[in-house]
Design a protein around this ligand. Sequence first.
Ligand code: RTP
Ligand code: MG
Length: 143
Amino acid sequence: MANERTLSIIKPDAVAGNHIGAIYDRFEQAGLKIVAAKMLQLDDEKAGGFYAEHAERPFYNDLKSFMMSGPVLVSVLEGENAIAKHREIMGATNPKDAAVGTIRADFASSIDENAVHGSDSAESAKREISYFFNDDEVCARTR
Ligand code: RTP
Ligand code: MG
Protein backbone atom coordinates (compact mmCIF):
# COMPACT_ATOMS: atom_id res chain seq x y z
CA MET A 1 0.00 0.00 0.00
CA ALA A 2 1.19 3.45 -0.85
CA ASN A 3 1.62 6.44 1.41
CA GLU A 4 -0.84 8.94 -0.05
CA ARG A 5 -2.24 12.42 0.45
CA THR A 6 -5.89 13.33 0.00
CA LEU A 7 -7.95 16.51 0.21
CA SER A 8 -10.59 16.75 2.91
CA ILE A 9 -13.25 19.44 3.25
CA ILE A 10 -15.43 19.79 6.32
CA LYS A 11 -18.45 21.41 4.65
CA PRO A 12 -20.47 24.41 5.94
CA ASP A 13 -23.17 22.28 7.60
CA ALA A 14 -20.64 20.38 9.73
CA VAL A 15 -18.67 23.54 10.60
CA ALA A 16 -21.94 25.23 11.64
CA GLY A 17 -22.86 22.16 13.71
CA ASN A 18 -19.57 22.39 15.64
CA HIS A 19 -18.48 18.96 14.43
CA ILE A 20 -14.90 19.85 13.41
CA GLY A 21 -13.32 18.21 16.46
CA ALA A 22 -15.42 15.06 16.18
CA ILE A 23 -14.60 14.70 12.48
CA TYR A 24 -10.86 15.34 13.00
CA ASP A 25 -10.98 12.69 15.73
CA ARG A 26 -12.30 10.15 13.18
CA PHE A 27 -9.41 11.00 10.83
CA GLU A 28 -6.80 10.62 13.56
CA GLN A 29 -8.36 7.42 14.94
CA ALA A 30 -8.12 5.98 11.41
CA GLY A 31 -4.39 6.73 11.34
CA LEU A 32 -4.62 9.68 8.95
CA LYS A 33 -2.30 12.60 9.73
CA ILE A 34 -3.34 16.21 9.17
CA VAL A 35 -0.47 17.81 7.22
CA ALA A 36 -2.21 21.07 6.17
CA ALA A 37 -5.35 22.94 7.22
CA LYS A 38 -7.12 26.24 6.65
CA MET A 39 -10.58 27.71 7.14
CA LEU A 40 -11.98 29.49 4.10
CA GLN A 41 -15.12 31.29 3.01
CA LEU A 42 -15.55 30.16 -0.61
CA ASP A 43 -16.95 32.49 -3.26
CA ASP A 44 -18.75 31.54 -6.47
CA GLU A 45 -15.55 31.28 -8.49
CA LYS A 46 -13.64 29.18 -5.95
CA ALA A 47 -16.56 26.82 -5.20
CA GLY A 48 -17.46 26.54 -8.89
CA GLY A 49 -13.90 25.76 -9.95
CA PHE A 50 -13.57 23.10 -7.30
CA TYR A 51 -16.70 21.27 -8.52
CA ALA A 52 -16.12 22.04 -12.23
CA GLU A 53 -16.53 18.33 -13.08
CA HIS A 54 -20.20 18.71 -12.06
CA ALA A 55 -20.85 21.95 -14.02
CA GLU A 56 -23.45 20.32 -16.30
CA ARG A 57 -25.28 18.49 -13.50
CA PRO A 58 -28.73 19.73 -12.35
CA PHE A 59 -27.53 20.10 -8.75
CA TYR A 60 -24.49 22.28 -9.60
CA ASN A 61 -25.93 25.67 -8.60
CA ASP A 62 -27.39 24.32 -5.36
CA LEU A 63 -24.07 22.63 -4.60
CA LYS A 64 -22.17 25.89 -5.13
CA SER A 65 -24.65 27.86 -2.97
CA PHE A 66 -24.33 25.31 -0.19
CA MET A 67 -20.53 25.37 -0.32
CA MET A 68 -20.66 29.20 -0.02
CA SER A 69 -23.22 29.20 2.81
CA GLY A 70 -20.55 29.43 5.53
CA PRO A 71 -16.88 28.70 6.14
CA VAL A 72 -15.32 25.34 5.27
CA LEU A 73 -12.26 23.68 6.81
CA VAL A 74 -9.95 22.42 4.08
CA SER A 75 -7.25 19.91 5.08
CA VAL A 76 -4.68 17.61 3.56
CA LEU A 77 -4.60 14.14 5.14
CA GLU A 78 -1.68 11.78 4.76
CA GLY A 79 -1.29 8.06 5.41
CA GLU A 80 -1.27 4.54 4.02
CA ASN A 81 -3.99 4.20 1.39
CA ALA A 82 -5.27 7.64 2.51
CA ILE A 83 -7.60 8.27 -0.43
CA ALA A 84 -9.68 5.10 -0.08
CA LYS A 85 -9.44 5.09 3.73
CA HIS A 86 -10.81 8.63 3.90
CA ARG A 87 -13.69 7.78 1.50
CA GLU A 88 -14.47 4.72 3.63
CA ILE A 89 -14.75 6.62 6.90
CA MET A 90 -16.77 9.39 5.19
CA GLY A 91 -19.45 6.94 4.03
CA ALA A 92 -21.72 7.08 0.98
CA THR A 93 -22.61 10.41 -0.68
CA ASN A 94 -26.23 10.06 0.46
CA PRO A 95 -26.27 9.71 4.27
CA LYS A 96 -29.30 7.41 3.94
CA ASP A 97 -26.96 4.91 2.26
CA ALA A 98 -23.95 5.55 4.51
CA ALA A 99 -22.75 2.67 6.70
CA VAL A 100 -23.28 2.83 10.45
CA GLY A 101 -20.45 4.66 12.19
CA THR A 102 -19.34 6.68 9.17
CA ILE A 103 -19.03 10.47 9.27
CA ARG A 104 -21.93 11.03 6.89
CA ALA A 105 -24.17 8.59 8.77
CA ASP A 106 -23.50 10.48 11.99
CA PHE A 107 -23.23 14.13 10.89
CA ALA A 108 -24.89 14.63 7.47
CA SER A 109 -28.55 15.52 7.03
CA SER A 110 -29.07 14.94 3.28
CA ILE A 111 -27.31 14.22 -0.02
CA ASP A 112 -27.06 17.99 -0.55
CA GLU A 113 -25.70 18.79 2.93
CA ASN A 114 -23.42 15.84 3.54
CA ALA A 115 -20.79 17.17 5.96
CA VAL A 116 -17.55 16.24 4.20
CA HIS A 117 -15.73 15.95 0.90
CA GLY A 118 -12.87 13.61 0.05
CA SER A 119 -10.83 13.20 -3.13
CA ASP A 120 -11.97 10.20 -5.17
CA SER A 121 -8.68 9.25 -6.94
CA ALA A 122 -4.96 9.99 -6.93
CA GLU A 123 -5.47 12.32 -9.88
CA SER A 124 -8.27 14.23 -8.11
CA ALA A 125 -6.23 14.44 -4.91
CA LYS A 126 -3.31 16.03 -6.74
CA ARG A 127 -5.53 18.60 -8.44
CA GLU A 128 -7.59 19.36 -5.33
CA ILE A 129 -4.60 19.74 -2.97
CA SER A 130 -2.93 22.21 -5.33
CA TYR A 131 -6.29 23.99 -5.80
CA PHE A 132 -6.20 25.04 -2.13
CA PHE A 133 -2.58 24.78 -0.96
CA ASN A 134 0.85 25.92 -2.10
CA ASP A 135 3.59 23.32 -1.69
CA ASP A 136 5.07 25.21 1.28
CA GLU A 137 1.73 25.06 3.14
CA VAL A 138 1.82 21.26 3.38
CA CYS A 139 4.02 20.06 6.24
CA ALA A 140 6.18 16.97 6.68
CA ARG A 141 5.12 14.80 9.65
CA THR A 142 8.32 12.91 10.37
CA ARG A 143 8.31 12.49 14.17
P1 RTP B 1 -17.83 14.99 -2.64
O1 RTP B 1 -17.25 15.20 -4.03
O2 RTP B 1 -18.49 16.20 -2.07
O3 RTP B 1 -16.82 14.36 -1.72
O4 RTP B 1 -18.98 13.89 -2.72
P2 RTP B 1 -18.99 12.54 -3.53
O5 RTP B 1 -17.67 12.32 -4.22
O6 RTP B 1 -19.46 11.49 -2.58
O7 RTP B 1 -20.11 12.83 -4.59
P3 RTP B 1 -20.01 13.51 -6.05
O8 RTP B 1 -20.66 12.61 -7.01
O9 RTP B 1 -18.62 13.98 -6.33
O10 RTP B 1 -20.96 14.77 -5.88
C1 RTP B 1 -20.48 15.97 -5.28
C2 RTP B 1 -21.55 16.51 -4.36
O11 RTP B 1 -22.71 16.87 -5.13
C3 RTP B 1 -23.89 16.59 -4.41
N1 RTP B 1 -24.73 15.68 -5.16
N2 RTP B 1 -26.01 15.83 -5.25
N3 RTP B 1 -28.75 15.52 -5.85
C4 RTP B 1 -27.86 14.64 -6.33
O12 RTP B 1 -28.17 13.72 -7.03
C5 RTP B 1 -26.47 14.85 -6.01
N4 RTP B 1 -25.48 14.08 -6.39
C6 RTP B 1 -24.36 14.62 -5.86
C7 RTP B 1 -23.49 15.94 -3.10
O13 RTP B 1 -23.56 16.92 -2.08
C8 RTP B 1 -22.07 15.49 -3.34
O14 RTP B 1 -21.33 15.49 -2.16
MG1 MG C 1 -16.77 13.77 -5.44
